[in-house]
Design a protein around this ligand. Structure first.
Ligand code: ADP
Ligand code: MG
Ligand code: ZN
Length: 511
């Protein structure tokens, strides 16, 4: 007796359909799983056997062979328990499907037959949705699955519950929830506020521009000037995720097993701040079973690298390609996997080993040689990839202790949202969301300069000796500053401000 069941698998964040065949024949009792199944899949034999018995069904004492196709992709994890159990019960005639019903079945089994949630449901189903319409899955994954358009979700908590629904003893009811109109509260009450930061108007202005256009920003300043404090408050002013962005980010978290099942969809822009001891693999992704790294977990959000020169140079260098491409390719023995990685890079650093180079109130103890070596840990090309270079200066004692009220996060976010909405409208048919993602070709189209502006830029280039990459970055930032002003065209003062954010090129890197 042979039964066929559909299930789904995941390579990176791409899903595919898996056909599971259960064959039961006479012979010595064995239970085999074939078709490039890893150890975790093979372990499902014990869970399946025990769950079926504990629910009061018959487990056949015969020769059982489970074949998983296609046979050339590695199947991993415990997501196939339920499909295998149903396959065996179908082959033994204990369960029959309603006519024309060929659902994808996903779920892990506990020994008592309860159905446990699995990882990667959203990405699995998004790629499978055009082929199969019905899905049976664990109740805890139902919210997540509801974001895949055009599928019918049937959610269950227990094997016996599923069997009686399939057999028609209880109604097979669709899980119903329309969450299309989600509105995210991009920050909840625990979020720190920029109102806590005294003074630092210039720094807050630069961070507002970065948030509005999705620009990379590097902060340089002495210890205690508030760099970490400023960066940590960035999530409080980031624009809300669009629905499409939320889906993209949720897919990655689902595949990385970091999704909270109560949440269903990630509603806040991620903010990741890995420690400087992080490894290459943890940063960009990889491993035997390729998992997304920090740069992908920061997709559509922020990657914050505090004390940038403390990171290993080879770790920083692997960031360069994804910063250009917005994605990372992880090569594996059995093919490569692509993870999206469009993130805002925020870095902070001291200007020299002692931290006080250029500080008016402190004496810098470092020799020029020491400073050079310190800065050499960051390559020029990496520095180039920051759109905005920001010098953070200490605030005066009077400002720090006075009760003057600075701009709040709510006020800043309002401006950010306005500028971001202009961008979303302008790029609605393009596959980008913000100015930082403009390709060189799109820059020509959307960041037109007048003749006199071109000559301003030319002068800046010779006086600051900027690289060609800086040119595009200045234009993208100028576009964002114009959007914050609600201007259709880039004006002279927008361009001038954008150029000013490259000043560190000259001061620090081009002795
Ligand atoms: N502008 C500021 N307003 C209020 N507090 C500040 C300000 N700048 C620094 N501080 C205080 O100094 C502390 C150290 O700042 P921090 O962000 O760690 O500096 P850095 O990262 O530049 O070394 C902060 O936790 C905060 O208490
Ligand atoms: Mg700090
Ligand atoms: Zn120093």
């Amino acid at each position: 007796m042979l039964a066929k069941i559909k299930s789904a698998g995941l390579i990176g964040i791409n899903g595919y359909i898996i056909d599971i065949e259960a064959d039961i024949s006479n012979g010595l009792p064995v239970f085999d799983i074939v078709g490039l199944a890893d150890t975790a899949v093979k372990e499902s034999r014990e869970r399946v056997r025990t769950a079926i018995k504990n629910c009061g069904f018959d487990f056949p004492i015969k020769r059982i062979t489970i074949n998983m196709a296609p046979g050339d992709t590695r199947k991993e994890g415990s997501a196939y328990d339920l499909a295998i159990a149903i396959g065996i019960m179908k082959a033994t005639g204990q369960v029959s499907f309603p006519a024309g019903f060929h659902p994808i079945i996903l779920g892990e089994l506990s020994l008592d037959g309860s159905i446990r949630p699995i990882n990667g449901v959203l990405p699995m189903l998004l790629s499978a949705a055009d082929k199969e319409k019905d899905v049976i899955l664990p109740k805890e994954n139902a919210l997540e699955a509801c974001h895949v358009e055009g599928i019918n979700v049937y959610a269950f908590e227990h094997l016996s519950e599923l069997v009686s629904a399939l057999n028609g003893d209880t109604p097979m009811s669709k899980f119903n929830k329309t969450i299309k109109n989600m509105r995210s509260s991009s920050c909840n009450s625990v979020c720190d506020d920029y109102a806590d930061v005294k003074g630092q108007e210039a720094a807050k202005r630069a961070l507002k521009i970065a948030a509005a256009g999705g620009h990379n920003l590097l902060m340089i300043g002495s210890p205690g000037t508030g760099k970490t404090m400023l960066a940590r408050r960035l999530p409080s002013i980031l624009p809300d995720l669009t629905y499409e962005e939320a889906i993209e980010t949720t897919m990655i978290y689902s595949a990385a097993a970091l999704l909270d099942s109560k949440e269903g969809l990630i509603q806040k822009r991620p903010f990741r701040s890995p420690h400087h001891t992080i490894s290459n693999v943890a940063l960009v992704g990889g491993g035997r079973i390729p998992k997304p790294g920090e740069i992908s977990l920061a997709h559509n959000g922020v990657l914050y690298l505090d004390e940038l020169p403390e990171f290993r140079r080879d770790v920083l260098e692997v960031l360069r390609q994804p910063l250009e491409d917005g994605k990372i390719t992880v090569s594996r023995a059995y093919g490569s996997v692509v993870f999206p990685a469009k993130f805002m890079l925020i870095g902070s650093m001291n200007p020299c080993p002692c931290g006080y180079f250029g500080d008016q109130n402190h004496y810098c103890k470092c020799s020029p040689n020491q400073i050079m070596r310190y800065l050499d840990r960051l390559s020029g090309p990496l520095i180039d990839r920051f759109d905005i270079h920001l010098e953070v200066r200490p605030v005066s004692f009077d400002k720090l202790t006075g009760d003057y009220e600075g701009e709040t996060s709510a006020q800043m976010k309002k401006e950010v949202d306005k500028a971001r909405n202009i961008q979303l409208e302008r790029y609605k048919d393009k596959e980008i969301y913000c100015n930082a993602q403009l390709s060189p070709k799109q820059i020509k189209q959307y960041c037109r300069l007048t003749k006199s502006q071109k000559s301003i830029l030319k002068d800046a280039f010779s006086s600051l000796s900027l690289s060609a990459r800086a040119y595009d970055r200045i234009l993208r930032v100028a576009r964002t500053i114009a959007d914050l002003d609600g201007e259709v065209h880039i004006m002279d003062h927008h361009l001038a401000e954008a150029i000013q954010y490259r000043s560190l090129d000259r001061q620090y890197w081009n002795y």
